[in-house]
Every structure is written in structure tokens, then in C-alpha cells.
Design a protein around this ligand. Structure first.
Ligand SMILES: [Zn+2]
Length: 317
């Protein structure tokens, strides 16, 4: 940690100590105040002896950003106390709850369309993005995958969610909406951060338009493009489809294609295609269940390593 940062923290700690001494004088019976004062004292003592910022377990440096937030931390992320671990888990559980609240309702339907989806983070939070937005003369469907996983990816996922929720209000043509989203995403991410995405709109008459930004093929159709956020001046190609009653669209993230069996074989897009062909005439719930069963059977021996999202759109009548 830089000398200026150490000096800043020392000043902060001394200032805190003064206020704590005052507070303990006025509330002599408050044990938590006395405990806090002793933590501040021991941090000041560590500054004096030169052991400040060193993990008490492994003696490696504690992450500087954590120290700046809380100069009382005594362990690196790998060696948190049970109490700190619990606080971190609580934060993550809260974040997971917020993320779940961003998802569409489970049995979504509108204007002769039904949607079913499955959203399964590899850990507590996911970098996958799934949304359905009612729009003038139909609805928008969105399925994406932010590069990476965990907390950082989930933050970008919620950023995508907010971006498209806002853009959807403007009723722009698909291509223009993608251009705007791409620019906004480029401007607010750092190099190496990007998302693959399918954005489409469906009409009550079964007309579907969609754009793929480098995402895996939508079932039965090949789509390729550039991931969102890679280049600020990318053109996205619009694909068109006409669905008749009973038709379905299957979309998925790489948690499905990039799973491996015990022999090291990848499930791949071919696996998804075969699966979709087998269940082409089945109701959307059955298609989802079949995919999930395949996931359980195929990757039976290995732990889920990537976020998984499946989305089935069904033209009901
Ligand atoms: Zn440590």
C-alpha cells in the first residue's frame, strides 16, 4: 500500500479514536463501543509496528481496496473470519435476490405467445441475462451472456437489463436499438468486457425479427455477429422468421453447449440441435424439462461450471 494511503488511513483511525473515546465516556456501559475502540487501537498499533495491512493468517498483503473501505480488516479475502464470511455471504444473497427480481414472471404469456425459461447461476449470482418486455404491437425477447461470471458479470447483466428496459420505451427499429445499446455498453465497460446477446421482437401474427450479437444460434437458424461492446461501430444484421401456431424458438447460453461429460466430450450446438429436433412438437415446458434432463445426464459427474439459461418461446395460436 502506498505511503500516502497509509498516512490517510492513520489520520482516519486517529480521528475515529478521538470520537470513540468521547462516545465511550458518555456511554460507559456500551460494550460494543469499547470493543470498537480496542479494534481501532490494535490497528494503530499495527501501523506502528509495520504489520498493518498484512493478513494475520497467511502474512500476505490484504487487498488495498478493502483496507481503504475498512482499515480494521485483519485478514485477506482467502482468510476471512467466520463473521466476515457470513457478512459477505449475506451481501451475495441480497444481490442474488435483486437479480432474481429482474427476471420475467415464470409463466409469461401475451397475445398468443407463451414463454418458459430456466435461469440457473453457477454460483449465487449470474452473468446471464433474460428478459421479456411487452412493446407496441408485440413483445421483445432478450437473452444474453456477459463474459465471465460472478459478481462483476452480474453487475453488467443488471446494466444490460436497465439499458434495454429504457430503450424499449422508445419503440425503435431493432437495428437502431442494438446500435444504441452497443454504444452505451461500450462506453460503460472496460476493455475485455463484452456480452453476447439475442434481441428479438415478436408480433401477435407470429412475425419474428431478431438480431444476434455474437450469440449462440437460435434453434434451427444460424446466427453470427459481433459480441455487444466489442466495437462501437458494429452493424447488426436483422433476421426474419414467420412462426405458425405450435412453432417454438429455443435460445440458450453456453452453460448448455459448453458442458462436458466424463469422457471430456462437449455437448455443443449439435447436441442442442438434436435435442430440439427430438422435442420439436412438444409443449414448451416439456422442451425445457428435456434440456434440463440432458444437462443432468450429460454432465452428471461434473459440477455446473457456467451460468445456464434456457428460453423457449411458443406461438400458441
Ligand atoms: Zn490470508
Amino acid at each position: 500500500m502506498a505511503t500516502t494511503e497509509i498516512a490517510y488511513l492513520q489520520g482516519e483511525l486517529e480521528h475515529r479514536r478521538e470520537r470513540l473515546v468521547d462516545a465511550t465516556r458518555q456511554n460507559a456501559g456500551d460494550a460494543s463501543l469499547r470493543q470498537l475502540l480496542s479494534s481501532v487501537d490494535s490497528a494503530l498499533a499495527r501501523l506502528k509496528t509495520g504489520t498493518f495491512g498484512m493478513c494475520e493468517q497467511c502474512h500476505e498483503s490484504i487487498e488495498a481496496d478493502r483496507l481503504l473501505c475498512d482499515p480494521l480488516v485483519r485478514f485477506c479475502l482467502d482468510h476471512l473470519s467466520t463473521e466476515e464470511q457470513r457478512a459477505l455471504e449475506k451481501d451475495l444473497a441480497l444481490a442474488a435476490g435483486i437479480q432474481r427480481a429482474l427476471l420475467p414472471v415464470p409463466n409469461w404469456s401475451v397475445d398468443g405467445w407463451q414463454a418458459r425459461y430456466h435461469y440457473q447461476p453457477a454460483s449465487l449470482v449470474s452473468g446471464d441475462y433474460c428478459d421479456l418486455i411487452e412493446s407496441k404491437g408485440g413483445f421483445l425477447f432478450l437473452l444474453g451472456d456477459v463474459a465471465g461470471k460472478g459478481v462483476a458479470a452480474s453487475m453488467l447483466m443488471s446494466h444490460l437489463h436497465a439499458t434495454f428496459r429504457t430503450l424499449a420505451q422508445q419503440h425503435l427499429p431493432l437495428q437502431q436499438m442494438m446500435d444504441h445499446a452497443n454504444r452505451l455498453f461500450c462506453e460503460s465497460t472496460t476493455a475485455g468486457q463484452f456480452a453476447t446477446l439475442i434481441v428479438g421482437c415478436a408480433s401477435p401474427e407470429g412475425r419474428v425479427e431478431y438480431v444476434s450479437a455474437g450469440h449462440l444460434p437460435l434453434f434451427h437458424l444460424s446466427a453470427s455477429g459481433v459480441p455487444l461492446g466489442m466495437f462501437a461501430n458494429t452493424e447488426f444484421h436483422v433476421c426474419q422468421l414467420q412462426l405458425v401456431p405450435g412453432d417454438k424458438l429455443l435460445m440458450y447460453t453456453d452453460g448448455l453447449t459448453e458442458m462436458f461429460n466424463h469422457k471430456g466430450d462437449e455437448f455443443g450446438v449439435r447436441g442442442v440441435q438434436a435435442l430440439a429436433r427430438r422435442h420439436a412438437a412438444a409443449p414448451p415446458d416439456v422442451v425445457l424439462d428435456a434440456c434440463l434432463e440432458q444437462v443432468r445426464n450429460f454432465a452428471a459427474s461434473s459440477k455446473q461450471s457456467d451460468d445456464l439459461t434456457l428460453l423457449v418461446l411458443h406461438r400458441a395460436n
